[in-house]
Design a protein. Sequence first.
Length: 280
Amino acid sequence: MEPHKKRQLQLWAAQIRKRGLEAVQAADSGHIGGSFSIAEILAVLYFDRLRIDPHKPRKPDRDRFVLSKGHCTPAVYAALALRGFFPVEDLKTFRRIDSYLSGHIEMKQVPGVDMSAGSLGQGLSVSAGIALAARLDKLDYRVYTVVGDGEIQEGQNWEAAMAAAHFKIDNLCLFVDNNRLQLDGSVDEIMSIYPLEDKFKAFGWHVTGINGHEVAEISAALDEAEKVKGKPTAIIARTIKGRGVSFFENEVKWHGGRPTAEEYTSAYNELNAQIKELEG
């Protein structure tokens, strides 16, 4: 990847975190940790990979993105706004009773959203159905999905994994946000999902593991996925919950909640410093 492109995608990731932080602070609630851990994945998808048009958000042959861990709206709403689907200023209305930007993602309310979510564990099943529909409709779009690693504990994911392999749905690409933390502790302690790569391989998937904060690795994994025929792809992205703000990182308490005024200022300043460095 060219250095300029890499820097630009890193900048988009930092902007996604900054706008997501602003939204959570305005709402006085929200999910920071898991939103921040997928910022680079969203930056690569929305600003380099997805075939989408903000002026035609329901275009039939557009690529689809499904956020299965539907509470991580601060990052996805920020990406959509920065991409031009709705005004960035609207992020300040996040979670308000009169806002279309609810705490869990909604396809009927938010331009650019392809699946409503909230109850975890369902996104991969829906994504497999959407991807299979492309074959039936003779369209060439791809479907990209992000699930949380804690969410993988739910059995419906494995039914979907089995079905996607059986039907050879090769236009389906799954990201597992493997930040190793969930609502109330570590994934290992609550219910281990490992060895994750071996499990997806056993279900008949093409599997690759990456550093989920390296935009070049994300892009290369997506290039690889597009070349795979006859099976879906799982990208196991090793990430850090709360990535981008020093005192958010690897702390379970930032799964949800809101920073104090002092914490917000400190976090905002950290992100602004990163943005200025990347713009420099």
